[in-house]
Design a binder for this molecule. Structure first.
Ligand code: OGA
Ligand code: MN
Length: 234
């Protein structure tokens, strides 16, 4: 599966693979999600630093970051790390870190057409964020920091999405639409389907569904270390 996925990425910059995530892994992620108190999910933000805001019309999902503190989370991070190693070996993408979250789209909610990199904010605005984050932090702590600045400047290389919806019906909607130069590729959020695409290349959107829609969205990032400090994943 990794080989076929790498070949798709090499030839077209994206890949859609039904049944790609092992059943046991998808089921344990789904169980973890079901066992999580709903209050731990936070309404998703758009943008970074001072550009961060919520707007449920544009983006209606709630998210929860995945860490290695549960068996499901640890297994997921191990699996995505294997994919990272494979892709680095075969495509030289220089993937350095990975971060991912659960996402819950309640019925009727959507995510309008967007890119996963922060290109909609001008380079100038991002540069200013980096500056103000760094100087604010040094005001408060007396030391020059770079965690926020690095975070603002950090780059997503490869986006990954998988779905945790074992009984998705074809007329429930909730498609991911990936806009390639040639066409709009529609993907139903079916359990275990894996989608990966170059973050800077592809705009995409999530259409509203008639049922609760659960996904995991993740991003491999390149190393954006500054001042001899290793770039933290989040
Ligand atoms: C995202 C996203 C797609 C999906 O979280 O940035 O585009 O199908 N998710 O859930
Ligand atoms: Mn996205």
């Amino acid at each position: 599966m990794f080989a076929a996925l790498a070949e798709d990425l090499r030839t077209q910059g994206y890949s859609v693979k039904p049944d790609a995530v092992p059943l046991a892994l998808a089921n344990s992620l789904r169980d973890e999600l079901k066992a999580t108190a709903p209050g731990r999910f936070k309404l998703a933000q758009m943008g970074r630093l001072r550009h961060q805001h919520t707007d449920q019309q544009l983006r209606g999902d709630s998210t929860l970051w995945i860490d290695d503190q549960s068996k499901a989370g640890l297994d997921w991070l191990n699996w995505t790390a294997q994919l990272q190693t494979y892709l680095n070996q075969h495509l030289l993408l220089g993937l350095f870190s990975f971060e991912s979250h659960f996402a819950h789209y309640p019925p009727g909610s959507a995510y309008t057409r967007h890119r996963d990199t922060f290109v909609y904010a001008s380079k100038h605005a991002i540069a200013k964020d980096v500056e103000s984050a760094a100087s604010q932090d040094s005001k408060h702590t007396g030391q020059s920091n770079s965690a926020n600045a690095q975070q603002a400047a950090s780059s997503r290389v490869l986006s990954l999405v998988t779905y945790l919806n074992p009984d998705w019906s074809v007329d429930a909607g909730g498609e991911l639409v990936l806009y390639t130069k040639a066409e709009a590729v529609e993907v139903l959020p079916v359990h275990k389907t894996l989608v990966v695409f170059l973050s800077e290349e592809f705009e995409h959107e999530v259409r509203p569904a008639t049922a609760d829609r659960f996904s995991v969205a993740g991003w491999y990032r390149r190393n954006t270390s500054l001042s001899n400090r290793v770039d933290p994943p989040n």
